[in-house]
Design a protein around this ligand. Structure first.
Ligand SMILES: NC(=O)c1ccc[n+]([C@@H]2O[C@H](COP(=O)([O-])OP(=O)(O)OC[C@H]3O[C@@H](n4cnc5c(N)ncnc54)[C@H](O)[C@@H]3O)[C@@H](O)[C@H]2O)c1
Length: 251
């Protein structure tokens, strides 16, 4: 299926995408770059492959290695972006980790790791991203989850982190309106490394298939929504969770 063609609207705009080395982040970075957006690709592991693909398709990009849970790294990321391109238009924050374990087996360090990357990381990247958009403002897109609405057994730190992301998103949408629109995308099960990782049991993978559209989503299903949220077509949308989930959750 072809993505929507937004013409020349996005050409020359400037974005940071985190988690850009794989999965949803890589798809978002490639989709924005394909629309002419200069895209900084950030990840804790090398995002070189994503950047190479963008450049092979005549897009513009730079790789930046960054641990989103480290304030020092996040400040360095945005300093580098500022130095290279000046003001930022879009932030797509995808970096995240999942963790499946019954509560009574969950160690404090497991909880801290998930919260540090998923929630503290969103706070740090969101704050510095919004700062880099001043004074004109821009678009912030946080990748939350359908588990940003639900409780789910054996995933409580992850679920709590994604509820937290939704809270940051709604608060920032109010704080930075009308210049900056802030939304989340709440994916259902998407076929990425995260779902096939050894952090997820086969039983849960099977459960994830039990949704109305009866398939895992593709990273491009999320990337199409991310691109839409950067365009003028989404100008009256802020503070929302966009549910790209095959019907897994109907909030
Ligand atoms: N795959 C799904 O079913 C699904 C569903 C709902 C939400 N999500 C969310 O989508 C986002 C992207 O996940 P994905 O499915 O593409 O998984 P993925 O594992 O393919 O991608 C996650 C990326 O985040 C990076 N990352 C991890 N820790 C980091 C850190 N500390 N600093 C910087 N980068 C870091 C990883 O290196 C990886 O490239 C996550 O926030 C995830 O919670 C995924």
């Amino acid at each position: 299926m072809a993505a929507v063609n937004y013409g020349a609207e996005l050409i020359g705009r400037r974005a940071v995408v985190t988690g850009a080395a794989s999965g949803i982040g890589a798809a978002c970075a490639k989709a924005l770059a394909a629309h002419g957006v200069w895209t900084a690709c950030a990840d804790i592991v090398s995002p070189d492959q994503t950047v190479a693909k963008i450049e092979a398709d005549a897009g513009r990009s730079i790789p930046i290695t960054c641990d989103v849970s480290s304030e020092e790294d996040v400040l360095a990321l945005f300093a580098r972006v500022r130095q290279r391109i000046g003001r930022l238009d879009f932030l797509v924050h995808c970096a995240g980790v999942i963790h499946e374990k019954p509560l009574l087996e969950t160690e404090t360090k497991d909880f801290d790791r998930v919260m540090n990357i998923n929630l503290r990381g969103t706070f740090l990247v969101g704050r510095e991203g919004i700062r880099a958009m001043q004074p004109a403002g821009g678009r912030v897109i946080l990748i939350a989850s359908d588990l940003g609405y639900l409780g789910r057994e054996t995933f409580s730190p992850y679920v709590a982190s994604k509820h937290g992301v939704m809270g940051l998103m709604r608060s920032w949408a109010k704080e930075f309106a009308p210049q900056t629109l802030v939304n989340a995308i709440c994916p259902g099960p998407i076929d990425t490394a995260m779902l096939s990782s050894d952090q997820m049991t086969e039983e849960w993978r099977q459960k994830e298939m039990d949704i109305p559209l009866a398939r895992f989503g593709a990273p491009e299903d999320i990337a199409d929504m991310a691109v839409f949220l950067t365009t003028d077509s989404s100008r009256f949308i802020t503070g929302q969770g966009m549910n790209v989930n095959g019907g897994s959750v109907m909030p």
